[in-house]
Structure formats: C-alpha cells, structure tokens
Ligand binder design. Structure first.
Ligand code: KG4
Ligand code: ZN
Length: 382
C-alpha cells in the first residue's frame, strides 16, 4: 500500500468519549477528547450507566469535530477503528455500534483495537511524529492506568505486533489505588491528578508504607505466559488499606469529612480549593502514598527489564502522566542505560489517536473486523 492512510479512531471504553484522525500511524491530524469528569465527580467514581448515556450524547458531535478539525469528511477517511475492549461493556458498545453503522453506511473497512495496545501505540505514534523511527528491541511496556497495571514484552514482525504478558496486578490497578485513596481521603475524583499535584506540598518520607506483598508468587502463575522468564506481578489493595488504617490510628476522619462537605458544596472544585482544605498532616500522607506507589512501580518494572535484558522501556496509560513517576523512571532507567519513553500527557490518558495509530498496522495487513464482532469487557492483549 502506498500513499497516506487516514484512519478515524473512536474510543469509548471508560469515561472519555474520543475521536481522532491519524495519518499512516505517524501523524495526529485531529484529536478530540470529551471528558465525563463533571458527570461522575459527585459520585466519586465512574458510574457505568451514566458513562454509556454520556457516550451516546457525545459520540456524534465528537466524531464530527474530529473530522472538521482534520479538514476531512466521512467519505474522505480510508478506514475506521474502534476500541473493542477491555473496558465497561455498555460504554464500549456505544462506540462499537456507532463505528459499525458508519463503516457499513460508508462502505469503509473497520478495525477493532485492544485498548491496551492503543496505550502502547500512543508512544510509537508520538515517537514517529518526532521523526524517531528507530527502536531498539526487546521493548518492555508498562501499561499503568485506572483498570490495568500490566507489563508486556512487545515484538514487531513485519507490520504485525505481538505481545507477551509478563506480569499484572493481582488486585487493584495503580490508577484505581490513586482513585480509591483520593476518595477515602475526601480529595475528589479522579484521584491521580489531584494526588500528583498535592504531593508537591507534602513530605514523602513522613509516613512509611510497607512494600507490597504478593502471596504465592511462585505458584502456577510464577512464570511468564510462555514459561521462558519470571513474572513480575503487582498488588495495590494493601496500600489502600494501610492508608485507611493510618486515618483510623491518627483520628483523621473528622477532618476528612469536613473537607468532603466543603468540597461537595463547590460545583467543580479547583485544585487550589482542594489544597486550601488540606492540612500538613494530610499533605504528608498523600505525598508518602504517592512515593510508595512510584517506588513500587519503578522498582518492579526495572527488575523485569533487567531479567528480560530489554533495550527500551515504554511507560504509558493514565498513571504515566504522574510527574514523580516520570522523574523516577527517567533517572533510574538512565542509570541502567535503558531508554524510557512516555507519551505526552494528553496522550497518556484515554484518547482515540492511540486507537487510530494501533489500527494502522492491522489496516496494512487487512485485518478487518467482521460486522458481527462485539465488545469484550475483559479482552486480553496478545
Ligand atoms: O488510561 P486512563 O485514562 O483510563 C483507563 O484506561 O483506565 O487512566 C485513568 C487513570 C485514573 O485512575 C487516574 O486517576 C490516573 O489514570 N491518572 C493519574 C494521573 N493522571 C491520571 N494517576 C497519577 N498521576 C496522574 N497525574
Ligand atoms: Zn486507558
């Protein structure tokens, strides 16, 4: 195939309705993300039914805007791509049904994309955009988001990409831990960006959290998928419980409730308002929690990188937007002579440019989705 290929990507797996046009997997032509934060904020987390409803409302204007911003129209794009999973079933179905209908009506090919592969391709897309087409293999990718903390070895054979999972969280994902801890401390939703900003104001050494413990590390899951190397699993429900215990032992509940009440009275609280309602004890706790999370993610990922002698590291997904995580990875990876790549912050969190980019190699291989394919809420990446 020669010439430019314009793919319209659609992403509705969680709480962002997104559409984007990407040229030949290497250039973002438009990128529209409609966030549902305001809808879910009063509930302190994503409400699946509301997410589906909001996607239904937003999908048509979001796709139209992506086309207009790109100077394209429904007929001019070469193919459509949509997230098949993993994600919320009802939310995924909105994007899939819409993409199927469009592809059928326009007689265009449709590519189904795994959301996690999308996060990995966010890095590849931006590197190509910067003119970096050279990548040293093996590549290890940490996909760290609200639903996942997964480590993959990524390989490219011709146009095709293949992935081997060498570890994942046994319980809560890292982003989920940020969100749950923010909720239990009355800091608001989503927790990651708030904790990221609050942490600068606290002492990360104030509270010592014990390292996460994985029970049965060497049971039958003790090897990677192909059995050729060690597994590196994560666990983040323990640290959430440790934060809760800290709150109980130090009698912090009354001040948390007071903050929650104050912030609930403000329609969409700004960061400064959250900060103004945190005392130093709370800021120290938040900074120490983030420090422990970052420590664990970096340490485990670099141990895996050493075990598999990888040349390149990708860190992607919503939590990859975290400032301290980026700094620690950059510093520690450099000490080991390892190249580490992150997406820009807007492409770390959910977007459709990454879906259109991941679809490009599949488009070249004519790996199109049949019109009867459906959402796969627990879809694995292979
Ligand atoms: O990739 P993403 O947008 O959606 C999923 O696929 O889950 O990731 C969302 C997650 C949320 O848990 C959010 O709190 C977290 O990413 N997150 C962050 C930051 N920005 C978003 N976590 C830590 N620091 C951040 N700056
Ligand atoms: Zn995601």
């Amino acid at each position: 195939m020669t010439g430019d290929v314009y793919i319209l990507g659609i992403e509705t797996s969680c709480d962002e309705t997104a559409a984007a046009i990407v040229r030949s997997g290497a250039q973002i032509v438009s990128n529209v993300v409609f966030s549902q934060i305001a809808t879910h904020q009063p509930y302190g987390g994503v409400v699946p039914e509301l997410a589906s409803r909001e996607h239904l409302r937003a999908i048509v204007p979001v796709v139209r805007k992506a086309l207009v911003d790109a100077g394209q129209n429904y007929q001019s794009v070469d193919a459509l791509a949509v997230t098949q999973g993993p994600g919320l079933a009802g939310a995924l179905l909105v994007g899939i049904s819409y993409a199927k209908a469009l592809a059928f009506a326009l007689d265009k090919p449709l590519v189904a994309v795994n959301h996690l592969e999308g996060h990995i391709h966010a890095v590849l897309l931006e590197e190509r955009q910067k003119g970096n087409h050279q990548l040293d293999f093996p590549v290890l990718a940490l996909v760290v988001s609200g639903g996942h903390t997964h480590l993959y070895l990524a390989e490219q054979k011709g146009e095709t990409w293949a992935y081997q999972n060498i570890g994942h969280t046994r319980d809560d994902a890292a982003g989920e831990a940020f969100d749950k801890v923010a909720k239990l401390l009355g800091l608001g939703y989503p927790g990651g960006p708030i904790i990221d900003k609050l942490s600068v104001h606290g002492n990360p050494k104030a509270v010592a959290f014990p390292p996460s413990q994985i029970k049965h590390p060497n049971r039958k899951e003790g090897r990677s998928a192909t059995g050729t190397g060690p597994r590196t699993d994560f666990s983040y429900s323990g640290i959430k419980t440790a934060v809760l215990r800290h709150v109980q032992i130090h009698n912090l509940q009354a001040s948390i409730d007071a903050r929650r009440r104050k912030l609930a009275a403000i329609p969409q609280p700004k960061f400064e308002e959250v900060l103004a309602n945190c005392d130093l004890q709370m800021l120290d706790l938040v900074a120490s929690f983030q420090q422990a999370m970052v420590e664990d993610l970096v340490e485990k990922t670099l141990t895996a990188a050493r075990a598999y002698e990888v040349a390149t590291l990708f860190v992607t997904g919503g939590v990859a937007a975290n400032n301290q995580l980026r700094q620690r990875f950059e510093k520690d990876a450099a000490m080991e002579g390892l190249r580490v790549y992150f997406p820009s912050r807007p492409l770390s969190t959910d977007n459709a440019a990454m879906i259109a980019a991941a679809a490009y190699p599949k488009f070249l291989m004519r790996d199109f989705a049949p019109l009867n394919f459906s959402a796969e809420a627990g879809m694995a990446l292979k």
